[in-house]
Design a protein around this ligand. Structure first.
Ligand code: GLN
Length: 449
């Protein structure tokens, strides 16, 4: 059914860079065989899933939507996709993204433009746009995305589904192509909070292959799914600063209504100030490009991926390979990062940004002395028109204003649908938890849903 649906919808939506039909049918047959033999099946047995094309899948192309990895077929499997295989999930394809996960609209993909299923002339959000549209349009049941500055939560909000970025270190990054390693985290998309909880159960956990992976017992997140918030005495804080200038009034109103509903479910709600929240965006655009400039140095045409055939010597080969292999946004990030890390500017930019990062973290720590979960809009606007922001990077970057501080602080964040604007476009509400506060986030999300 999922493959039929993909065939019918892909000409309009373009969620997938590679559709893995044969592979999916083989995985499904294996599940069938296990059932027939009376063997135990995994928690995701037979569930069609989409995987963002920046997670390595052995023997299946992994391009990061970049020309430089056009012919790259990983010789190994990422930890998350291995866990999904073990749980019996059926991968139907690799989904479109902004090139190397750099973008907020899926428009920097070197291969195709993904359309928002709610209005095909609009973007799905990015960078995990293809995963979000595949779930929103029922091309698969759940999907994985990665979130460095909002790349799961923003497309979830633009496409009217649930998307979660877990606490940094909860899910292994082994086999996730690195963008900004201190911020990257893999997480689930689902059409319901329960689906997201089940998928997180399947992928969370310690992995010796990722040195930043946390060594701890993983709770069963579906146990947090309770119908109301009364019994727990849950305290919710509204981040005051996110309701200021630049926020679409329809979003302000819709999220406010959702907060009223949380009150009626028994939550204690108060306003909270995070005064340094707004410095997250500028700090991020120093830190993320700096890490990216180092991480992307490996694409030199020597080890793997694309190599220009037109070079006379090694230096020329490097230059021409990178000039032809990377798109404009990726080049912009490499230049920004290289500049910020250069000897004369390191203290003024990179070091300063790291200090700001600490201050933002402190704002959150103080907030979480008073409340259990923080609430704010996921994005300042609903899905915008394709082409509207692509030539203006600064405007595009503003889409992540409210999601970025969460990555800088390593916290769990989730976007859940909370209504529609007057044109019928979905609006997302962001729930932010303490470090490893996933359970409380799920609790609030499920009670609200
Ligand atoms: N839009 C942000 C960026 O371009 C975030 C992307 C992401 O989370 N991967 O960096």
């Amino acid at each position: 059914d999922a493959l039929d649906r993909i065939q019918a919808l892909e000409p309009k939506i373009h969620s997938f860079l590679h559709i893995t039909a044969d592979y999916a049918l083989e995985q499904a047959r294996q599940v069938d065989a296990k059932i027939a033999a009376g063997e135990e099946i995994g928690m995701l047995a037979g569930i069609p899933i989409g995987i963002k094309d920046n997670m390595c899948t052995q023997g299946i192309p992994t391009t990061c939507a970049s020309r430089i990895l056009e012919n790259f077929v990983p010789p190994y499997e990422s930890t998350v996709t291995q866990k999904l295989k073990d749980a019996g999930a059926v991968m139907v394809g690799k989904t479109n993204l902004d090139e190397f996960a750099m973008g907020s609209s899926c428009e920097t993909s070197a291969y195709q433009q993904t359309a928002n299923p709610w209005d095909l002339s609009r973007v799905p959000g990015g960078s995990s746009g293809g995963s979000a549209t595949a779930v929103a349009a029922s091309e698969c049941v759940v999907a994985l995305g990665s979130d460095t500055g909002g790349s799961i939560r923003l497309p979830a909000s633009f496409c009217g589904i649930v998307g979660m970025k877990p606490t940094y270190g909860l899910v292994s990054r082994y086999g996730l192509v690195a963008y900004a390693s201190s911020l990257d985290q893999i997480g689930p998309f689902g059409r319901s909070v329960e689906d997201a909880a089940i998928l997180l159960n399947a992928i969370a956990g310690y992995d010796p292959n990722d040195s930043t992976s946390l060594k701890l017992e993983i709770p069963d997140y579906t146990k947090s799914l309770q119908p109301d918030l009364k019994s727990k005495g849950l305290k919710i804080g509204i981040i005051k600063e996110t309701f200021g200038e630049g926020l679409d009034p329809v979003i302000a109103q819709t999220v406010q209504n959702a907060i009223d509903q949380l009150k009626s479910l028994g939550a204690e709600v108060q306003e909270i100030s995070c005064p340094r929240f707004r410095y997250g965006l500028p700090a991020y655009y120093i830190i993320a490009p700096s890490e990216a400039s180092a991480n992307l140095a490996r694409y030199d045409g020597v080890k793997y991926g694309f190599r220009t055939p037109e070079a006379e010597n090694l230096l020329e080969m490097y230059k021409k390979t990178r000039a032809a292999g990377f798109g404009a946004e990726v080049k912009r990030r490499i230049m920004l990062g290289t500049y910020a890390l250069s000897a004369g500017y390191y203290d003024a930019y990179y070091l300063k940004a790291q200090k700001v990062r600490t201050l933002i973290k402190q704002d959150f720590e103080q907030a979480f002395e008073k409340v259990d979960v923080l609430v704010c809009p996921t994005a300042p606007t609903p899905a915008f028109k394709a082409g509207e922001k692509i030539s203006d990077p600064l405007t595009m970057y503003l889409s992540d204003l409210m999601t970025i501080p969460v990555n800088l602080s390593g916290l769990p964040g989730m976007s859940i649908p909370c209504g529609f604007d007057d044109q019928g476009l979905p609006i997302g509400m962001q729930l932010i938890g303490k470090v490893l506060g996933e359970e409380q986030v799920f609790q609030v999300a499920y009670a609200y849903e």
